[in-house]
Design a protein around this ligand. Structure first.
Ligand SMILES: Nc1ncnc2c1ncn2[C@@H]1O[C@H](COP(=O)(O)OP(=O)(O)OP(=O)(O)O)[C@@H](O)[C@H]1O
Ligand SMILES: [Mg+2]
Length: 497
């Protein structure tokens, strides 16, 4: 990078048919340590400007057979274009004004003074320096403000490596999978931020938040009068808003099969039509979809289109649940604590050993989001200093967040007596431990004799259980469903302080 604003070497092109002017200018510039080249016609000048990168072009406005001013937009049409300074005859101010309207930086009257030329070059170097500085600072701001994916576990490093790989191919569709709160949206944003599309729009749509027809018009937009109630002007959709950028389709499993078919067509054709429209609009958008559902199972059950599934799953990224990367918990907890401490303007210095141990042992069915909430709770509760175990929220009542269909325990809609629930819970734990009585008793927090008594009381039978055991599913019943997360495998029941 340049040390001072005015120092440095500029690359300069002089376009002038008058040999004495051209050579005179070039020799002044070279004497000052710049790199200068000449062209004697509009054609040669344009070709040189096309081929090489210049910081500055001195351009004669009166070239034989060409209008010099008309060249300015052409010279400046490439990305990162050179500045243009026009050389005009004495007293031709109107053409100088016209040149500046067309994008020239300034003008110099012939015959020119060396000082005037050199001060213009310094100005151009200063402009370039400032442009570079703005670019550099923009990059830093992006890095500092971009949400960071925190973690050093093998699992999360694998995710990051996949993010980097897929970021490099800016049109590849990605399917981000994982339980609720694992950081799927963060991963989608990271793909966008690390891709060539990073300075283009990132548009996130939650497919679960709209009815089918609303989601369709939100995505595709509509032509005026295309349906009853359509506004008179029509509307651009989110696909249009995401052009050249990234569209994140959150909770893709909730999209109706009709819309799934339309999305498939978009992915195949790389174009779309507005609702009520006839024109195919080319689409340059990377699509990232995410889901916390078992899409394969939904395909089998006819709830999700198989062709769309394969089209989306070109590049699947699975974000592992927090309990599979417990070594990230301290890092994440400190990361969130620093955030909340600075937001709240509080002096909070880390966690006591017991508090951290408590955090790393929890089951975290709500994953990183739940951990973040717990740290926020602690940051509010703790008056200052070190977070103690007593500042942590109690282990959540089971049943608030459902992580996976497999983690759900279904309770009957009709009989909600404690007895009925106890029976279901005991049966479920026995099934999970393969009828290991000691382990079941320890998970249930009762002794073995009590467990035997309950097995007899409820008439639980291992063989019968295995034959009738079904995969739990959410069952609707009059009133509300009640669901409980399953016991974490081999883990003690959630700790209640
Ligand atoms: N590795 C991580 N580092 C830092 N913050 C994280 C990480 N993973 C998740 N978070 C934070 O946890 C919260 C939940 O993440 P996110 O919204 O991306 O999850 P999700 O998988 O999309 O959840 P859902 O399925 O409920 O939509 C966000 O505040 C996010 O910033
Ligand atoms: Mg999400």
């Amino acid at each position: 990078m340049r040390q001072t604003l005015q120092e440095g070497t500029a690359r300069i092109l002089v376009i002038d048919d008058e040999e004495s002017v051209r050579k005179g200018l070039i020799s002044i510039l070279i004497r000052e340590g710049h790199i200068a080249e000449g062209a004697s016609s509009a054609e040669d000048g344009l070709a040189a400007a096309e081929r090489n990168r210049y910081d500055l072009v001195f351009l004669d406005v009166r070239l034989p057979g060409a209008d010099g001013i008309g060249l300015i937009p052409r010279i400046r049409s490439k990305s990162n274009p050179p500045e243009v300074v026009v050389l005009t005859g004495y007293g031709s101010v109107p053409s100088a004004v016209e040149a500046m309207k067309r994008g020239a930086l300034d003008y110099v009257e012939k015959p020119f003074h060396t000082d005037r030329i050199l001060s213009l070059v310094r100005r151009v170097l200063e402009i370039n320096y400032l442009k570079e500085e703005v670019d550099r600072l923009r990059g830093q701001v992006r890095q500092l403000t971009a949400p960071r994916i925190v973690g050093q576990s093998r699992a999360i490093l694998g995710v990051l490596a996949a993010v980097d790989r897929v970021a490099l191919s800016p049109t590849t569709t990605v399917l981000v999978r994982g339980e609720s709160g694992t950081g799927k949206e963060l991963v989608a944003r990271a793909i966008h931020d690390r891709s060539a599309r990073h300075d283009r729009p990132f548009i996130a749509v939650n497919c679960a938040s709209f009815t089918e027809s609303l989601l369709e018009t939100e995505l595709f937009g509509y032509e005026p009068g295309s349906f009853t109630g359509a506004s008179g002007e029509g509307k651009e959709g989110l696909l249009a808003a995401a052009q050249t950028g990234t569209l994140f389709l959150d909770e893709i499993s909730e999209m109706s099969t009709v819309l799934q078919a339309k999305l498939l067509r978009v992915l195949q054709e790389r174009s779309y039509r507005k609702v009520g429209g006839l024109e195919d609009i080319p689409l340059d958008v990377r699509i990232i979809a995410s889901t916390n559902r078992d899409l394969e199972r939904m395909v089998k059950e006819g709830l999700f289109r198989e062709d769309l599934f394969y089209r989306l799953a070109v590049m699947p990224i699975r974000v592992p649940p927090l309990r599979e990367r417990r070594e990230d918990i301290p890092l994440l907890a400190h990361h969130f604590l620093a955030q909340f401490a600075s937001q709240m303007g509080k002096l909070l210095r880390g966690f006591s050993e017991e508090a951290m141990e408590n955090l790393t042992e929890r089951h975290w069915p709500g994953n990183v989001r739940e951990l973040r909430n717990a740290v926020e709770f602690a940051a509010i509760t703790c008056p200052g200093g070190e977070i103690q175990e007593e500042h942590l929220p109690e282990v959540r009542e089971p049943g608030i967040t459902l992580s996976r269909a497999e983690d759900v325990l279904v309770l009957p809609g009709s009989d909600r007596s404690i007895r009925a629930m106890e029976e279901i819970l005991i049966r479920r734990v026995l099934e999970e431990t393969g009828w290991n009585i000691s382990r079941s008793a320890s998970i249930l927090g009762i002794n073995r004799t009590t467990l035997y008594n309950k097995i007899r009381l409820y008439n639980l039978d291992r063989d019968k259980a295995e034959k009738t055991s079904t995969t739990p599913a959410r069952v609707s019943s009059p009133g509300r469903d009640v669901t409980l997360p399953a016991m974490p495998p081999r883990l003690s029941a959630p700790r209640v302080p």
